[in-house]
Structures are given as structure tokens and as C-alpha cells.
Write a protein that binds this ligand. Structure first.
Ligand code: B12
Ligand code: SF4
Ligand code: SF4
Length: 312
């Protein structure tokens, strides 16, 4: 395939990604993630994944998408904005991560990825590939970084100079040769706002988050009891935690999404602590109808609220 055709295919894919509502699209050559391999190994050896056992599975595949998708040549990385226009009432409230305000992103993104894949097959031809959004062992941030969509900040999130970090990352991995993007520079500089603000000291060193110390892990991933003595540090977060992103100066550039499916239920924004404490299974189902909060189920969500009240 000559360069002109490759460029044309790349331009079509990026234009279609934009039309489908993705914030941005960047592409890199599929292959082994050499730089990340020893870092992932160290992260796992130090048990920074805690009880997230799925993180220690498929070590080789996680580092090499050609082992996941036969004949893979390109990783097409896509970002989807979830920054909401309105946030929760800031006083007398339990906090829920902004990413979980509306419908579960997995379904919405998967639909968009499938549409993009269909477009590629119709426009370009018989292409083999697979779409991914947290559905397989893929290092989302490492690929998005390689694809030039941002840099990985000291809080370990991917950040873009234009839009901050309140977006999801997904991929389409396929056997089509495309034009590859170049990584962008790190713009964290001397800033340490996220490290200073993290209440559980989960950002153990710049760029390294100990997952097993993160509020997001305790409130969403941990199925067992949350260890006692941390409730003050949770600062009223009951589902995930946005602190290290809220304090990041680059998030001044976040702008609200326009996905109707990400609009929150009004109760979620207006409820007081008392309302949350009195939440019934029925209201939980209504407020979080298709939300990712359902991951903890009603019992897990109430466990988190009770945990915060343990010593108060
Ligand atoms: C497991 C996981 C978690 C765990 C562990 C977090 C973590 N930092 O890994 C927990 C439950 C805590 C979590 C929390 C959150 N998560 Co999460 N999570 C994932 C998941 C499924 C895998 C991440 C992973 O591979 N971790 C393994 C470690 C090794 O990866 P890493 O931190 O990127 O590792 C790099 C650094 O540690 C660095 N490193 C290691 N050692 C060293 C040493 C030096 C010297 C240096 C410089 C670097 C370095 O290199 C490593 C390799 O690149 C991804 C989805 C996916 N498939 O990628 C989503 C994902 C990363 N999460 C996401 C989100 C939104 C969140 C939360 C913001 C949710 C919330 N509001 O509560 C928080 C943010 C917490 C944080 N500051 O990281 C988004 C991030 C989007 C973005 N803009 O970056 C993702 C990509 C999901 C998605 N598809 O959109 N998450
Ligand atoms: S999400 Fe919260 S607990 Fe986790 S690293 Fe960021 S500030 Fe710390
Ligand atoms: S708060 Fe500062 S150090 Fe942390 S990710 Fe943002 S710019 Fe980087």
C-alpha cells in the first residue's frame, strides 16, 4: 500500500471518529510495549493491584496486542469526554466520581467502536480487528500516550493540554497499515498538586499509583471489608475518587460533554447525606438505572456509606 492511500485511510478513520463523537483519535503501530514491561512487572510484584486479580492475568498479552488480535498492525486509540456540565451539590453530600454520573460508559463506547469498525470495513475493505473498552488486557493509557493523545501525568492519568483528563480511553486494534502519530511532551513540570492532595498517599512516587491504596479501589473494586481507620481520609467519596484530577491545573481546560446518555439523574445532583443514607433498593435502581455504580450493587454502595459513618 502506498503512502497516499495509507494517509487517506487514516484521514477517513479520524474524521469518522470525530463524527461519532469521540474527543480525539490517535494511531500507533501495534507491537510489544518494551518501556512499560518492567514497570508493569514491578507494579504487580509489589502487589499494587491488591485484590484486582484480573490485573495479574495475561501478562504477555497485556504488553503486546499482536498476541490478542491476529496480524494486528495498528492500535487506534480513542478518547470520549465525560466531564459533566453540572456537578453534585458540594455541601452535605457523599461524592460520586463524575465518570459514573450517567449511563455505564462501556455500552455507549462499544456501540461507537462498532460503528467505527463497520465504517472501516465498508469504506476500506475486509479488515480484521477487535474493539476494546476495558474488555481485555490492554494498557489503555500507554497506547493513548503512544498515539499522541496526551501524556501520562504524575497521577498516572492520561492528560491532554486541550481537554484535561476527564475522558475514557478505548481502542480498535486491526490489521490495517496506517499513518502513525508521535507522542507529545510531558507537561507536569514541577507541579505536585495531585501527589499533595491524595488523601491516602496512593501516589507513592510521581507517575506510580499504588492501586491497592486508592479510594477508587476501596469503594469500587474491593469486595471484602474496607480496612478500618481510613474513613476520615475518604473525604466523603463513596464511589471512586476524583481528587487527583480535580486539583490538576490542566483540568481547567475540561469542557462539558454533549452525550445525552451521560446526563445524571436529578436526584444524584441534589441528594443530601440524609437522602443517601435512607436510600432504598428501589431508589438506588432508579437513580443509577444504567450507571456504572451498579457495579458495587446496592449492598456495596450502602457499605461504603456506612463505612464513612463508622467513627463519626
Ligand atoms: C486497574 C485500573 C484501576 C485501578 C488501579 C489504578 C492504576 N493507576 O492502575 C483503580 C481501581 C485504583 C483505578 C482507579 C481509577 N481509574 Co482506572 N483503570 C484501571 C485499568 C482497568 C487498568 C490500569 C492498569 O493497567 N494499571 C496497571 C498499571 C501498571 O498501569 P499504570 O498505572 O498505567 O502504569 C504505569 C505507571 O505505573 C508507570 N510506572 C510504573 N513504574 C514506574 C516508575 C517510573 C520511574 C515511572 C516514571 C513510571 C512508572 O508505568 C506504567 C506502565 O505504563 C484501566 C483500563 C485499562 N484497560 O487500561 C482503567 C483506567 C486507567 N481508569 C480510568 C479511570 C477514569 C480511573 C479513575 C479516575 C476512576 C475514579 N474517578 O475513581 C481512578 C484514577 C486513579 C488513578 N490516579 O490512577 C481510565 C483513565 C482515563 C485517563 N484519562 O487516563 C482507564 C483508562 C479506564 C478507561 N478505559 O477509560 N483504575
Ligand atoms: S483517585 Fe483519589 S485516592 Fe486514588 S490516587 Fe487519585 S486522589 Fe488518590
Ligand atoms: S496535578 Fe500537576 S503533577 Fe499531577 S498530573 Fe496534573 S499537572 Fe501533573
Amino acid at each position: 500500500m502506498n503512502n497516499i492511500v495509507r494517509q487517506q485511510h487514516t484521514d477517513w478513520i479520524k474524521a469518522e471518529a470525530k463524527r461519532l463523537g469521540f474527543l480525539s483519535c490517535g494511531i500507533s503501530k501495534a507491537g510489544f510495549l518494551e518501556e512499560e514491561a518492567p514497570k508493569l512487572e514491578r507494579w504487580l510484584n509489589q502487589n499494587m493491584h491488591g485484590e484486582m486479580h484480573y490485573m495479574s492475568n495475561h501478562f504477555d498479552k497485556r504488553l503486546d496486542p499482536t498476541l490478542l488480535v491476529d496480524g494486528a498492525k495498528s492500535v487506534i486509540s480513542l478518547l470520549l469526554n465525560y466531564y459533566p456540565e453540572k456537578t453534585q451539590n458540594p455541601t452535605d453530600n457523599y461524592k460520586i466520581s463524575k465518570y459514573a454520573y450517567g449511563e455505564d460508559y462501556h455500552f455507549l463506547i462499544k456501540d461507537k467502536l462498532k460503528s467505527l469498525f463497520t465504517f472501516i470495513q465498508e469504506q476500506i475493505g475486509e479488515i480484521d480487528g477487535r474493539v476494546f473498552v476495558d474488555s481485555a488486557p490492554v494498557l489503555d493509557r500507554a497506547w493513548a500516550k503512544r498515539s499522541g493523545l496526551g501524556w501520562i501525568g504524575k497521577n498516572s492519568n492520561l492528560i491532554s493540554k486541550q481537554t484535561g483528563s476527564f475522558f475514557f480511553i478505548a481502542e480498535l486494534i486491526c490489521d490495517l497499515d496506517l499513518v502513525y502519530d508521535l507522542p507529545v511532551a510531558d507537561h507536569c513540570g514541577t507541579c505536585t498538586a495531585c501527589i499533595d492532595a491524595c488523601p491516602t498517599e496512593a501516589i507513592e512516587q510521581p507517575y506510580v499509583v499504588n492501586g491497592s491504596k486508592c479510594i477508587s479501589y476501596f469503594t469500587i473494586e474491593l469486595k471484602d471489608e474496607i480496612p478500618t481507620g481510613l474513613s476520615e481520609q475518604f473525604q466523603d467519596w463513596v464511589f471512586g475518587c476524583d481528587i487527583c484530577q480535580d486539583v490538576c491545573p490542566w483540568n481547567r481546560f475540561s469542557h462539558p460533554h454533549s452525550e445525552t446518555k451521560f446526563q445524571p439523574n436529578e436526584n444524584l445532583l441534589d441528594f443530601t447525606k440524609k437522602d443517601w443514607e435512607e436510600l432504598t433498593q428501589e431508589t438506588f435502581n432508579e437513580v443509577f438505572r444504567k450507571s456504572a455504580v451498579k457495579r458495587t450493587k446496592y449492598s456495596g454502595f450502602m457499605r461504603n456509606i456506612q463505612y464513612l459513618n463508622e467513627k463519626k
